[in-house]
Design a protein around this ligand. Structure first.
Ligand code: NDP
Length: 446
């Protein structure tokens, strides 16, 4: 990054937020793409747009006390970072994972501002969560935690203010407990959360949306940039949660075979392809470990560690967590024949790994574009709640597919205009930035 204004903003942020490494990484990734736009239009600097964009509107941190099954009182920390609502009510998921801290929630909130802008729907960016670990907890413990979490969160959210959703560790069960508590405290039945169950205002296709959307984005990229498709391709996926499972189903439906998947302990590999129904059963029903797949199929290998090892593949879909794919991992993938990486997770590649991908002309889908299908369908859930209507599966899926293909084209055309066609990172950052920045300009200084 050479532009003096951008460098100054970044260096000031570095001094004030020096311990927030994920947040700084996400900001650097965006700012380093914006040089050409900033140089073309001096009003961004004059109006302090970048300084205002890197500072959240507000950061909320709170105590979450709850009682475990032994009757002991436990305390976790809750977060909601309302980053920017220039183009719509705050919107973004809640993550329950022991690694959650301020830096991680801020990076996710910052990313969400740009992702939501790309969806074309009116949604601002936010993120929240807790360092609570749902693993190994009983349903009763999860319920008591969620109720306590919502007891505080409810005063900061609302259908026109801030609409949270799920993320790592937060699925339909947790959303149900939180929605129930909101409704009870506020005595209001409104679309304040998305990812709800179908019986109380959820949208069809929302559970599948991030994974499906990832494959729609990828298939448009394969078609436009290589005259190619998923057909006959070998796909490696990290993670085996919500995003990973539905990305796997869609990739297979589009003609690929998914040959490896993982969890935080290790990965499974079968050259002939995995059966995703078994994985769904293990992870969603039994809440078990991916290693248990071997009980269904003893021709599959299990290894501890990262999935990006020595597996020959065509396409990689990182769908677990941030910074899971480092420079050495991407080099290994590239050497093993992988030519495309589409990010289902948020910031799964380190910045030097992204640089390698772009420099080597691998096809690429940055998370803020490629995994936008989840929040996009959450936006469609909000629309259905406002209309007091439910759309069919086909209606939602068709809208999702059209909008994801549109997001690819927006990023691709912007990349060609400001950088080169393989630099979809710059395309995504510039396209999303301009919309938010123009809205901020219209409001004057606030
Ligand atoms: P889930 O909790 O359903 O699944 C997460 C998966 O990632 C699990 O397999 C988990 O393994 C693995 N994982 C989590 N943390 C780590 C870690 N530190 N190291 C290695 N593996 C890890 O989450 P989601 O599928 O919902 O989310 C996955 C990613 O996608 C996240 O980055 C999230 O922000 C992003 N995302 C999610 C959206 C959604 O709609 N759900 C929308 C857009 C982005 P284990 O079970 O062992 O912990």
């Amino acid at each position: 990054m050479k532009n003096e204004y951008l460098l100054k903003v970044y260096n000031d942020l570095l001094i004030r937020n020096k311990d927030e490494k994920e947040f700084l990484q996400a900001v650097y990734e965006v700012l380093s793409s914006l040089e050409k736009v900033i140089e073309k239009d001096s009003s961004y600097e004059k109006l302090g747009i970048i300084e205002r964009m890197v500072e959240p509107d507000r950061q909320i941190m709170f105590r979450v006390p709850w009682v475990n099954d032994e009757g002991k009182v436990c305390v976790n920390r809750g977060y909601r970072i309302q980053f920017n609502n220039a183009i719509g009510p705050y919107k973004g998921g809640l993550r329950f994972h022991p690694s959650v801290n301020l830096s991680i929630i801020k990076f996710l909130g910052f990313e969400q501002v740009f992702k939501n802008s790309l969806t074309t729907l009116p949604m601002g960016g936010a993120k929240g969560g807790s360092d609570f670990d749902p693993k190994g907890k009983s349903d009763g413990e999860i319920m008591r935690f969620c109720q306590s979490f919502m007891q505080e969160l409810q005063r900061h959210i609302g259908q026109f203010t801030d609409v949270p959703a799920g993320d790592i560790g937060v699925g339909a069960r947790e959303i149900g407990y939180m929605f129930g508590q909101y409704k009870k405290i506020r005595n209001e039945f409104e679309g304040v959360l998305t990812g709800k169950g179908l019986a109380y205002g959820g949208s069809l296709i929302r559970p599948e949306a991030t994974g499906y959307g990832l494959c729609y984005f990828a298939s448009e990229s394969l078609k436009v940039m290589r005259n190619d498709s998923f057909k006959g391709k070998k796909v490696v996926i990290s993670g085996s949660g919500n995003v990973a499972i539905y990305a796997a189903y869609k990739a297979i439906e589009l003609g690929a075979s998914v040959i490896a998947m993982s969890d935080s302990k290790g990965y499974i590999y079968n050259e002939k392809g995995l059966n995703i129904d078994y994985i769904k059963e293990i992870k969603e029903v039994k809440r078990g470990r991916i290693e248990e797949y071997l009980q269904f199929d003893n021709n599959t290998e299990y290894q501890q560690g990262k999935v990006w090892t020595n597996i020959k593949c065509d396409i990689a879909l990182p769908c677990a967590t941030q910074n899971e794919l480092e420079l050495n991992d991407i080099k290994k993938l590239y050497d093993n024949g992988c030519f495309a990486v589409y990010e289902g997770a948020n910031m799964p590649l380190t910045n030097d790994a992204v640089d390698f991908v772009i420099k080597n002309k691998m096809l690429y889908g940055p998370g803020k574009a490629a995994n936008a299908g989840g929040v996009l369908t959450s936006g469609l859930e909000m629309t259905q709640n406002s209309l007091r209507m439910s759309w069919t599966k086909e209606e939602v899926d068709t809208k999702l597919e059209q909008l994801m293909r549109g997001i690819f084209h927006n990023c691709y055309e912007t990349a060609k205009k400001y950088a080169d066609e393989y630099d979809i990172k710059t395309g995504a950052n510039i396209a999303s930035f301009i919309k938010v920045a123009e809205a901020m300009k219209a409001y004057g200084i606030y």
